[in-house]
Design a protein around this ligand. Structure first.
Ligand code: GDP
Ligand code: MG
Length: 192
């Protein structure tokens, strides 16, 4: 099954450096309850009956973006325990980050800004791809953070922005394609 490779040498596409066996580590950050695990399960294909490896809240999957395969290892371990060590590891291991807040929870939005600052501090000189995600866009009536506030925040923090609904599967694919494109962009500009 092409969508569930754990060994990236399975990839049949050989052009481009992304297919040379590199696995991109993507880390989910954000307050409890914002929908990180829901997004991760959709990415992992759990809800479509895919039997992807799910060991310790990591999801291994390759997706095709712009006609090129990309292998992603998605980490949903931010709240696994409260140890400082784990938090520091999370800040260190990612090739890219998805910072999630809930559009129905202003404090989770404020927390997202804090996480962005922490990340910048931990990885000072690096230009790491980050996507700010406003999840639960389906909950129209309990919205506390507007689209404009979300995108303005992303401008300030120099990262991409997208609103998603894990419940409706809205924009979830776009989110993960977006992170792959961001990783490729930064990688290309580094190599030049
Ligand atoms: P986590 O703590 O960040 O991993 O959040 P979870 O994925 O466990 O989700 C927390 C709760 O929010 C669960 O009850 C989910 O069903 C719910 N939830 C997650 N995403 C959405 C969404 O897009 N829309 C709605 N309405 N509920 C969501
Ligand atoms: Mg969770």
């Amino acid at each position: 099954r092409d969508s569930c490779v754990s060994d990236s040498s399975d990839s049949v596409i050989s052009s481009g450096s992304d297919s040379e066996g590199h696995v991109y580590k993507v880390v989910l950050l954000g307050e409890q309850g914002v929908g990180k695990s829901s997004l991760a399960r959709i990415f992992g294909g759990v809800e479509d009956g895919h039997d992807c490896d799910e060991a310790g809240n990591t999801y291994d999957r390759s997706i095709e973006v712009d006609e090129e395969e990309a292998s992603i290892l998605l980490y949903d371990i931010w709240e696994q325990d409260n140890s400082q060590w784990l938090k520091e590891q999370c800040m260190r291991i990612g090739d890219a980050y998805i910072i999630v807040y809930s559009v129905t929870d202003k404090s989770s939005f404020e927390k997202a800004s804090e996480l962005r600052i922490q990340l910048r501090r931990a990885r000072q000189s690096e230009n790491i791809p980050i996507i700010l995600v406003g999840n639960k866009s389906d909950l129209v009536r309990s919205r506390e953070v507007s689209v404009d506030e979300g995108s303005a925040c992303a401008v300030v923090f120099d990262c991409k922005f997208i609103e998603t609904s894990a419940n409706l599967h809205h924009n979830v694919r776009d989110l993960f394609e977006g992170i792959v494109r961001q990783i490729r962009l930064r990688k290309d500009s580094k190599e030049e």
